[in-house]
Design a protein around this ligand. Structure first.
Ligand code: AHR
Length: 484
């Protein structure tokens, strides 16, 4: 099949924010214990942080990272994880043992080393508004109170300057501890914002929204619109689904994004507010939610939970998802992979410094590095193609992200308009003949390879064949408009 795609420099969607490439560290399985933190591993630094994981996270470049959960956060007691004499607890959600040897202060040290900014989820499930406010006082108040002085004694003289707070997690769901009707949750969230804003007016708040229930979104926004900055949506992709349903979820979430943004705008107008509310996909999850622990692991620390091996179609899904983010860059302002290490993650570890990148790492890596700047609308396409374009003005680069979900190659002509294209910086493609295979510690089968012979002519035409079932990225060097 032959198609033409047109990218016009003047056809801008919005800013593809760097926060679209966020991570997520939840106390779940081996995300923390055995993942980011393992004092027994030969790669561990003086603080017990795995340096191989730190290197990989810095390489991926996730500028913001959500912590402590997830569902874990709704029954978690943050004070258990600071100071000396930390209690060993049971985590009732994931049925793990929580030794609390890694807590808030350890995460802050990790985040600094990983070049990522913390996005703290406060416990608005079984926790109280006062607990949440005290957490922020501990983190952000300079000194002179019992909590701020405890931070200084425990770990950090200077405040952490937390700037991003999630107001609980999935409180709309019956599975979540502290689940409540929308109005009850929203009133608690609003009180939480009032008290935390009194402590620190700079913090941005993310309210729990639902990708499944627009009525929930309406009710919580009615109560909290003036208090919050973002509404969260979780995008879940269920891997046992057949292809049509699996990739169809991308269309579903594109529609949910449009509907949610329209709802936010409707409520903004009704409240005569000048402030827009953005969408924060603070979890995107690719999973088969089988949580059966390995024999003998139940109620232990560092259980092997949700350690999913990703295959080619998951790579394609991630490629399509980042194009969805770019194509809604005016609406979606933040997104976090769920999760950063081991647990349904692009990165996996084993003991003794073993780390490998899953196939899903690569579309994430390219989007994170080259998908920041002006998201531009791409005209044209095909049913089985997801495509997006991002221009980085500072670097004078345009990057195209193209995912061919179909089983036939696509003969594609990219036509650039109102650009001064100079040359192709890089063109890569990721595909494989055997779709059942995943990367392992010993074997890499899913990795990008250069596409040979991709050229851009002086009219801005780039012919390229997108292989069947492939994710592709093309980077173009631009000249300045009006210059030679
Ligand atoms: O990412 C795993 C879990 O999925 C999170 O704890 C929860 O918020 C979501 O449902």
């Amino acid at each position: 099949m032959k198609i033409t795609l047109t990218v016009d420099a003047d056809n801008r969607i919005g800013t593809a924010d760097k926060k679209l490439y966020g991570g997520f560290v939840e106390h779940l399985g081996r995300n923390v214990y055995g993942g980011v933190y393992d004092p027994t591993d030969p790669t561990a630094d003086e603080e017990g942080l795995r340096t191989d994981v730190l290197d990989a996270i810095r390489d991926l470049d996730t500028p913001i990272t959500r912590y402590h959960g997830g569902c874990f956060s709704s029954s978690w007691v943050w004070k258990d994880g600071v100071g000396k004499n930390r209690p060993v607890r049971l985590d009732p959600y994931w049925k793990q043992l929580e030794p609390n040897t890694f807590g808030l202060d350890e995460f802050m040290k990790w985040a600094r080393k990983a070049n990522t900014e913390p996005l703290l989820t406060v416990n608005l499930g079984l926790g109280t508004v006062s607990d949440a406010a005290q957490l922020i006082e501990y983190c952000n108040f300079p000194s002179g109170t019992t909590l701020s002085d405890a931070r200084r004694a425990n770990a950090a003289q200077e405040p952490y300057h937390i700037r991003w707070v999630c107001l609980g997690n999935e409180q709309y769901g019956i599975w979540e501890y502290g689940h409540a009707p929308a109005a009850v949750y929203a009133q608690k969230a609003r009180e939480c914002v009032k008290i935390i804003r009194a402590l620190d007016p700079e913090i941005k708040f993310i309210l729990c929204g639902s990708a499944e229930e627009m009525q929930w979104n309406r009710e919580v926004l009615e109560i909290c619109y003036d208090y919050v900055d973002y509404l969260s949506l979780h995008f879940g992709f269920c891997t046992p689904f057949g292809d049509a349903e699996y990739f169809g979820l991308l269309d579903k979430y594109a529609k949910v994004t449009e509907e949610t943004a329209a709802l936010c705008e409707e409520i903004r107008r009704s409240k005569k507010s000048a402030k827009p509310i953005g969408i924060a996909v603070d979890e995107w999850i690719i999973w088969d939610s089988d949580l059966t622990p390995r024999p003998g692991e139940k109620w232990t620390c560092g259980m092997h939970l949700l350690e999913q091996d990703y295959v080619l179609r998951d790579v394609l899904l991630v490629g399509g998802l980042f194009s969805l983010f770019h194509n809604h860059a005016d609406k979606i302002k933040l997104a976090c992979v769920a999760q950063s290490v081991n647990v349904i993650s692009p990165l996996r570890t084993d003991k003794n410094g073993v780390l490998w990148k899953q196939g899903t790492f690569h579309p994430f890596y390219y989007a994170s590095h080259y998908g920041r700047g002006d998201a531009l609308r791409v005209e044209g396409g095909a049913d089985a193609l997801a495509v997006s374009a991002v221009r980085n003005e500072a670097e004078e680069e345009l990057t195209l992200f193209l995912t061919n979900f179909g089983h036939s190659p696509l003969e594609t002509l990219v036509q650039l308009r109102n650009f001064v294209p100079k040359n192709i910086l890089e063109a890569v493609s990721l595909t494989t003949a055997d779709e059942t295979r995943s990367n392992t510690a010993d074997q890499t089968v899913l990795a990008p390879n250069p596409i040979g012979g991709v050229l851009c002519n002086f009219e801005g035409k780039i012919p390229v064949v997108l292989p069947a079932r492939s994710w592709n990225c093309i980077r173009i060097k631009l000249g300045k408009q009006g210059n030679d």
